[in-house]
Ligand binder design. Structure first.
Ligand code: GLA
Length: 448
């Protein structure tokens, strides 16, 4: 990795532009103005910058041209921990976590009242029994930090502990959101420099889940420091003694799947944000492929929260979305207004046969096995030897295909089930699939 660095070095008497900047991963080097030479070697606590000159800089603002990320390294940055494995307990998140998250529908318009109503709905509409257990408050709950550094919720959340008690009394769990950066993506107070304190605050409120979102961490850390950055909060959460599911959100940078479990996380986002349209949803599923071997019991790839029930996808697309997420062994976090959903949406979120595939004990994520133009065949092996096969038509036009099982490299099944239908499908040597645009068919094949 060799990236060009640009930016500014800030002295109390003025700024100097950086030139001849190089980022080689473990070494960075640049010149500020004509006089000051900087070189930095990666240490276990970040970058240690050496410079020649008589003036201490106040802040070094780096911009990497290659990835267009703003890289700011304050000189007084708190240290990062040396890398070590901080594992979640071995019995934790053995199945892909399930719940609801406020972001996709409410964005920052969240409140105590909404979270209570959502908990009421999930506890009474069948979702809790189907496995949706974490109610996660995403960005927008934060207020100010007090003089002692303690973070408080805003006025829409008058009593976080009371809210957690309410959610727990419904047989559900409470999740919250923060960032390793100084601010969250919605410009609220982040946990930068207050990691241990915030972990203790969340634990004292009775929080059971933390989504920790990179956001403005790019102002204070290099992407290559991600593991140490996330490890810091992972260790802080564990030090509270409370079991808090740790969910990383940094959009798949730095191959997070290869180290996410080592920072104590049980799941990590692998992609950019989902939107309620078929194309981004499908793109998120596709970009899971290289991460597939790293997902499994206790540590899950997360292609983002569900958009099922939000405007922008028709009922066929919603089904395809749920089919894909079940195939991917994805965490299932509903992202719609579960207080007022349509029967079609409810039926999709509550398809127990599909949820059982998602939650299969083997935890093996599907792979895209074949692509015939814009027609895809995905396959997932299940614990009992069954296979789930998904046929998906990504095209804007209907498509029909007939396959022999052998031609798609699948043994001939002895029985075939469609989790969306009560009618059995004859286990013949060939299968014909007719799909409308963006429609999919998931088939559960048994060989016993
Ligand atoms: C990022 C995350 C989203 C959401 C928002 C909140 O974009 O990827 O899932 O948490 O921040 O501001």
């Amino acid at each position: 990795m060799d990236r060009r660095l640009m930016g500014t070095v800030r002295f109390d008497w003025g700024d100097l532009p950086i030139h001849d900047g190089r980022d080689e991963g473990d070494q960075i080097a640049f010149q500020a103005g004509t006089t000051f030479q900087f070189s930095g070697a990666r240490t276990t606590t970040g970058f240690e910058l050496l410079f020649t000159g008589s003036h201490e800089p106040d802040q070094i603002l780096l911009l990497s041209r290659a990835d267009q990320r703003d890289l700011r390294i304050p000189v007084d940055r708190p240290p990062l921990p040396p890398i070590r494995a901080v594992k979640a307990p071995p019995d934790f998140a053995r199945r892909p976590p399930m719940g609801w998250n406020s972001w996709n529908y409410f964005h920052q318009n969240v409140s105590d009242a909404i979270i209570r109503q959502v908990a009421d709905a999930i506890a009474s509409n069948g979702m809790r029994e189907a496995g949706y257990s974490y109610i996660v408050i995403d960005d927008g709950w934060q207020g100010q930090r007090d003089a002692n550094g303690r973070l408080h919720p805003n006025e829409r959340f008058p009593d976080m502990k009371g809210l957690a008690d309410y959610v727990h009394a419904k047989g559900l769990k409470l999740g919250i959101y923060s960032s390793p950066g100084p601010q969250t993506c919605g410009n609220h107070e982040g946990s930068y420099g207050h990691e241990a304190e915030d972990a203790r605050t969340f634990a004292a409120w009775g929080v059971d889940f933390l989504k920790y979102d990179w956001c403005t961490a790019s102002r204070v850390y290099l992407p290559s420091e991600s593991q140490a950055v996330f490890q810091k909060m992972g260790a802080a959460l564990q030090a509270t003694g409370r079991e808090i599911l740790y969910s990383l959100c940094q959009y798949g940078m730095e191959d997070v799947w290869s180290w996410g479990a080592d920072v104590g996380a049980s799941m990590w986002r692998t992609t950019a944000d989902i939107h309620a349209d078929f194309a981004t949803m499908h793109q998120n599923a596709l970009t899971q492929q290289m991460a597939a071997p790293f997902s499994g019991p206790g540590h899950w790839n997360d292609p983002d929260m569900l958009e099922v029930g939000n405007d922008g996808m028709n009922d066929l697309e919603k089904r395809s979305h749920m089919n894909l997420w079940a195939m991917l062994a994805a965490p299932l976090f509903a992202g719609n207004d579960v207080r007022t959903m349509t029967e079609a949406t409810r039926g999709i979120l509550l398809n127990r046969k599909l949820i059982a595939i998602d939650q299969d004990r083997l935890g093996r994520q599907a792979v895209l096995k074949r692509k015939l133009g814009r027609f895809e065949i995905w396959e997932r092996l299940l614990e009992n030897g069954d296979r789930a096969v998904l046929f998906l038509n990504v095209a804007e036009m209907p498509e029909s295909h007939e396959f022999s099982w052998r031609s798609i490299d699948v043994p001939r099944p002895t029985s075939i089930l469609d989790p969306w239908s009560t009618t059995g499908i004859p286990a013949t040597s060939h299968i014909r699939i007719d799909l409308r645009s963006h429609e999919s068919r998931l088939l559960l094949l048994s060989f016993r």
